[in-house]
Design a protein around this ligand. Structure first.
Ligand code: CO
Length: 466
């Protein structure tokens, strides 16, 4: 095994390569830009960020045209980063890192909170802007050509919430964006918001009172319904104010609550059903669709929330890494509510799940792609394709390398769900660099790779923009 830990080293070099060296049969129809997001600096001065989710966001752009591919990387110039670099120390609270503060400073920060804008998780197009996103509702706009930071998007509304998801859904027919947010307060609530495709204006479509909000990294959406999956990792909002702990460490694992699926109708915001299941935890919803009076809801699940602890940098850089992958599980949610049966769809473990968005999203479908674990005890070291109907799987690996989230790009005029390629940034520690892999999604054979001149730290999500 090679040392995957290079994927948690800082990358501070910002470069532009007009043409990367390419090996193999690069598809000449592949035209557009893959923009990926992830952390790239895990310390400031002599202070270390504690968790994989805390490092400073960096964008990586691969522009493809006529069989060639260019590469550019830039830090997102967030307030979180610029304030920390200016001060020589960590200034803003991140997911699992708090700045060192005196008791006085802590009390003051309660009254004058400065939430992080370190948008390191995902990218999207919002109101004709390209934005980087995290779980505070502060999307950061950037220029897709230069990757220069434009600044935090100013929503044209008075919606107030403190936590959101970096995984909004887009309604296929209308382009309307749906997201969920949590507003903490004397009466906390979940809000389902919609945004038209052409304006950064949120409308609250539904709200649900909640005493102890759950940590939910993503949510589900079908044609008619939104599904909030309340894992029993919950917070007493008073603790967020008073305990002075890093954000996620205020959440408690309460397995006796089980898992609750709250199903809301998009049309009128009504809660139509609550379904229950055993305690579990997840970051990523994969897909959901309506069928025969129930919702099939596919999610990458873990038995409990200890995966969050496993992703602290001390653990990831230690001797026993987390594989960082979970089980693809289908929940069958009855639309009249009640107990939701579930079963695991494949023995292959999975994370960072992706689909053929245009054909599979919110529809009965077959194919899920993701990263997986080939060698027990290793960090995620293969790509996986699971057919959720036949429950068969295919894998790709190249010895000693570590692939990231595979983004599916359909071939023009394709009809089959897997007619296209997967784009994955793969870390090759032995050669001290990463490469962009082009994998044939149907055969799962490598087509080509483009070599980047440096190693790219392990990131989270990216999107292909035509
Ligand atoms: Co995610």
């Amino acid at each position: 095994m090679t040392d995957y830990r290079q994927g948690f080293d800082d990358l501070t070099r910002e470069i532009h390569e007009p043409e990367l060296p390419v090996d193999g049969d690069w598809p000449d129809w592949l035209s557009g830009t893959l923009i990926r997001n992830g952390p790239a600096q895990f310390s400031v001065g002599d202070q270390d960020y504690r968790h994989w989710f805390d490092g400073h966001a960096m964008l990586h752009a691969f522009r493809m045209d006529n069989g060639t591919v260019s590469y550019r990387n830039r830090f997102l110039e967030t307030k979180s980063r610029t304030e920390a670099l200016a001060a020589g120390e960590i200034v803003r609270s991140e997911f699992a890192t708090d700045p060192c503060r005196s008791l006085f400073g802590r009390v003051m920060s309660v009254f004058n909170p400065t939430p992080t804008d370190n948008a390191s998780i995902n990218v999207a197009r919002l109101d004709d802007q390209y934005v980087a996103m995290t779980e505070t509702p502060l999307p950061v706009a950037f220029d897709p050509e230069t990757l220069n930071t434009v600044g935090v998007v100013d929503y044209d509304d008075d919606v107030d919430a403190q936590m959101t998801t970096a995984h909004p859904h887009v309604e296929p027919d209308t382009g309307t964006i749906f997201t969920y947010q949590t507003a903490f307060g004397r009466q906390s609530e979940y809000q389902i918001c919609s945004l038209p495709s052409d304006r950064a204006k949120r409308t609250v479509r539904a709200s649900l009172d909640v005493a102890r909000p759950s940590y939910m990294h993503s949510f589900g959406m079908t044609e008619q319904y939104v599904i909030l999956s309340e894992w029993p990792l919950v917070v007493d909002p008073l603790d967020l104010l008073l305990r002075g702990q890093p954000f996620i460490e205020n959440f408690e694992w309460m397995p006796e609550r089980g898992t609750r699926f709250r199903i809301l109708r998009k049309a009128d915001g009504a809660e139509v059903a609550t379904c229950t299941a055993d305690a579990a935890f997840a970051f990523h919803h994969v897909n959901a669709f309506e069928q025969d009076g129930e919702i099939a809801c596919d999610i990458v699940t873990y038995p409990d929330a200890s995966i969050i602890d496993e992703l602290y940098l001390d653990n990831l850089r230690g001797e026993k890494p987390s594989p960082g992958t979970g089980s693809l599980r289908r929940y069958q949610l009855p639309l009249e509510g009640g107990r939701a049966p579930s079963h695991v769809l494949s023995e292959e473990t999975l994370e960072l799940p992706r689909l053929h968005e245009a054909s599979a999203r919110a529809q009965p479908y077959n194919i899920v792609y993701g990263i997986g674990t080939r060698h027990e005890g290793n960090f995620a070291d293969q790509l996986v394709k699971i057919d959720v109907e036949s429950e068969e799987a295919q894998t790709w690996h190249a010895g000693g390398t570590y692939p990231g989230e595979p983004v599916f790009v359909p071939r023009p005029d394709a009809t089959a769900e897997d007619d296209g390629v997967l784009l994955s940034v793969v870390l090759d520690p032995a050669d001290d660099h990463s490469f962009l892999l082009v994998l044939d999604a149907a055969t799962f054979a490598e087509r080509a790779r483009a070599t980047v001149p440096h190693a790219i730290p392990f990131g989270f999500h990216g999107q292909f923009f035509e």
